[in-house]
Design a protein around this ligand. Structure first.
Ligand SMILES: [Zn+2]
Ligand SMILES: [Zn+2]
Length: 288
């Protein structure tokens, strides 16, 4: 209903003069200066004005472990976005959430997953996008007597990337450490140095969030061909890519399914890489 007031103009790229989000304000619940990463891509298209709202996002879980997170990363990001909307009375909300291994949500070791949530309360749209990045500096180092911390510092990109220093019992002695003198005074044997994963103290994370914001911007710029709501894009894949030798269906992805987050409209499109057949090596008939 809300969406039909907007003319359905199909476009995936250029500036959308009549996009419903052009010059619309969206609340960004943040404590960690993510506006720098999220604002510019979303301003370019679909033209959202991202407004930071001071919300105690640490209440949703902290990286130093002082406040454990409940639920999934997507749920946490959506909850933060709702908190920003409530605090600002805006009907559009945004929030991001990072997860770093080892972690219950991560099936592999030291990796990072950035999750971005977008809510449009008027249209009933809730969208979350995630990106796995193997390029993360998430790491820790236990200080030992006579040991050299320099290689660890070089590897994690100190001082551009900050550190958290913890005592043996896990107590946080300092966070956001980017000063060598301060670090030297705390780097006693038994203490642990951990990468500070808060976005504004971690340029690697900031770059990952910026890349994900670009994906969200492209997704929001696309309007549903049926109801004209923003955010039309990939929601599923169709498997059954035919074997190049015998033609039987394999587990390979055959097509991408785009969908709308508000109405039930779905469209199937070919794989963007142009692959139309699977190798016989992945076929249950040819290679049982
Ligand atoms: Zn086959
Ligand atoms: Zn729709």
């Amino acid at each position: 209903m809300w969406c039909r007031s907007t003319p359905a103009k199909r476009s995936t790229g250029a500036l959308l003069v009549d996009h419903p989000y052009r010059r619309a304000r969206a609340a960004l619940a943040t404590q960690h200066g993510k506006l720098r990463a999220l604002g510019p891509p979303l301003a370019r298209r679909p033209g959202l004005i991202v407004e930071p709202v001071a919300v105690d996002t640490d209440a949703f879980g902290t990286f130093t472990g002082t406040m454990p997170r409940t639920g999934t990363a997507a749920q946490a990001a959506l909850a933060k976005a709702r908190a920003g909307m409530a605090a600002s009375s805006l009907t559009l909300g945004l929030a991001s959430e990072g997860s770093f291994g080892p972690h219950p949500w991560l099936p592999f070791g030291a990796g990072g997953v950035e999750t971005l949530a977008f809510i449009d309360a008027q249209r009933g749209l809730e969208l979350t996008l995630s990106a796995v990045s193997r390029r993360t500096n998430f790491a820790h180092h236990d200080v030992v007597a006579g040991g050299d911390i320099a290689p660890f510092l070089a590897r994690i990109g100190f001082p551009a990337h900050a550190l958290v220093v913890k005592a043996q019992d896990g107590a946080v002695l300092a966070s956001g450490v980017q000063d060598m003198a301060q670090l030297s005074a705390l780097a006693w044997p038994g203490n642990r140095l951990e990468t500070d994963m808060r976005a504004h103290l971690n340029p690697t994370r900031m770059a990952a969030i910026r890349a994900l914001a670009g994906r969200l911007a492209a997704r929001l710029a696309r309007l549903c061909p049926a109801c004209a709501c923003p955010g039309f894009g990939e929601v599923d894949v169709a498997r059954g890519l035919p074997c190049s030798s015998c033609g039987s269906a394999t587990q390979g992805v055959q097509a991408i399914i785009d969908g709308c987050g508000v109405c039930s409209h779905r469209e199937t499109r070919p794989r963007p890489d142009g692959v139309t057949a699977a190798s016989p090596a992945s076929c249950d008939w040819c290679n049982p």
